[in-house]
Design a protein around this ligand. Structure first.
Ligand SMILES: O=C(O)CCC(=O)C(=O)O
Ligand SMILES: [Fe+2]
Length: 320
C-alpha cells in the first residue's frame, strides 16, 4: 500500500476527544478510571485521540510558543544549523518547504536554556526559553498521565516507574512554508506518511491545519487545530512494548496556502534500554510479535536506505 496515494478523506470521521481538564483527575479516583477506559478505547480504535485541556493560561502560552517559533525560524539558516545532534532526526532539518528544530531533554530547564544560548549567544533569549520550559512542563505532565493510564489499563502498572524512568523527551518545532501561489507544481505534501518511532507523541497545530491521521480502514481524518487540545499518538516503541496491543497510526501533513507551524513532544527510550514486552502481555492468544531491540538501532534502521523503503519499519526491523 502506498499510504500517500489518494485515499478518501473522511468528511465525517473525527478523532475521539477526551476531557483532561478536570483538576481532580488523579490516579485512584473514579474520574481517573473513566478517562482511562476512554483512553484505552480511543487508542485501540485509532492509535490516537485529542486531549482537551481547557486551561485559561493556555491561550496566552499558545500565543507565546507560536511567536517564539516565528522568531526562531526567522533566524539565518547558518544560526539554525548550530542545532545539531549525534542522533538522526534530533537537530535542525530542512527540505523543500519543511524545517524543524529540536530540543533534546526538553524537560530539563538547563537544556532549554542551552538551546536558546546556542542560537542567541549574546543574551540567551530568556523569554523564549521560559516559554518553552513552561510548555514542556505541561506536555510532560500529560505524557506521564497518559502512560500511567495505559500501563494500568493493561495490568502492567508494576513496571510504570521503571518505564517512566527509561525515557527522555525530545521537543520539536516545525515550520511548513506555504508554497508560492503561482507554483502549480509545488508539492501539496508537507510531510510524507509515516508512523512515529518513539513511545508517545503529543502534537499541536497552530491555527493552520494540515495533519491527517489514517484510520484502520485506510481513511484519512483531518485534525482541526485547537488552542485547547493536544493530539496524543502511539509510537512504534509503545506498540512493541505492548506486544502490538495498541497500533501506531500512519499520519502525514498536507499543505494548503498558508505557512503552518506545529510542535511535537516525543517520549523516547533511553540509550541502553531494551524494548521488550513484559511476560504479562504474552500468552497463547497473544504470541510474542517482536524481538527485543534498542531504540537507536531501530532509528538507525529507519534512517537507512533499506529502512526507508519498507512499508512497516517495526515489522521489517524486529518481527518474530
Ligand atoms: O507537523 C505535524 O503536525 C506532524 C509532525 C510529525 O508527524 C512528526 O514530526 O513526526
Ligand atoms: Fe509523526
Amino acid at each position: 500500500m502506498d499510504s500517500d496515494s489518494l485515499l478518501p478523506l473522511s468528511q465525517s470521521l473525527q478523532l475521539p476527544v477526551i476531557d483532561f481538564s478536570d483538576q481532580n483527575l488523579t490516579p485512584g479516583t473514579s474520574k481517573w478510571d473513566e478517562v482511562k477506559a476512554d483512553v484505552r478505547k480511543a487508542l485501540e480504535d485509532y492509535g490516537c485521540f485529542q486531549a482537551f485541556v481547557d486551561k485559561v493560561s493556555n491561550i496566552e502560552l499558545d500565543k507565546s510558543v507560536f511567536e517564539a517559533m516565528e522568531e526562531l525560524f526567522d533566524l539565518p539558516v547558518k544560526t539554525k544549523q548550530r542545532n545539531v545532534s549525534s542522533k538522526p532526526f534530533h537537530g535542525y532539518l530542512s527540505h523543500d518547504l519543511y524545517q524543524s528544530l529540536g530540543i533534546e531533554e526538553a524537560n530539563v530547564a538547563e537544556k532549554v536554556n542551552d538551546f536558546a544560548q546556542l542560537l542567541w549567544p549574546d543574551h540567551g533569549n530568556k523569554s523564549i526559553s521560559e516559554t518553552m520550559n513552561k510548555f514542556s512542563e505541561q506536555l510532560v505532565e500529560l505524557d506521564v498521565m497518559v502512560r500511567r493510564m495505559i500501563m494500568e489499563s493493561f495490568g502492567v502498572e508494576k513496571y510504570l516507574d521503571e518505564h517512566l524512568n527509561s525515557t527522555n523527551y525530545l521537543f520539536r518545532m516545525m515550520k511548513y512554508t506555504a508554497p508560492p501561489e503561482d507554483d502549480v507544481e509545488a508539492t501539496k505534501l508537507g510531510l510524507r506518511s509515516h508512523t512515529d518511532k518513539n513511545v508517545i507523541t503529543i502534537l499541536h497545530q497552530y491555527q493552520v491545519d494540515g495533519l491527517e491521521i489514517m484510520t484502520k480502514d485506510e481513511k484519512w481524518i483531518r485534525v482541526r487545530p485547537s488552542q485547547h487540545s493536544f493530539i496524543i499518538m502511539v509510537g512504534d516503541s509503545l506498540c512493541a512494548l505492548l506486544n502490538g496491543r495498541l497500533h501506531s497510526p500512519y499520519h502525514r501533513v498536507m499543505m494548503a496556502k498558508k505557512t503552518r507551524y506545529s510542535t511535537a513532544m516525543f517520549s523516547i527510550p533511553n540509550p541502553g534500554v531494551i524494548i521488550d514486552s513484559p511476560e504479562e502481555l504474552v500468552d497463547q492468544e497473544h504470541p510474542r510479535l517482536f524481538k527485543p531491540f534498542e531504540y537507536i538501532d531501530f532509528l538507525n534502521f529507519f534512517h537507512s536506505e533499506a529502512g526507508r523503503r519498507v512499508e512497516s519499519t517495526l515489522h521489517a526491523f524486529c518481527a518474530v
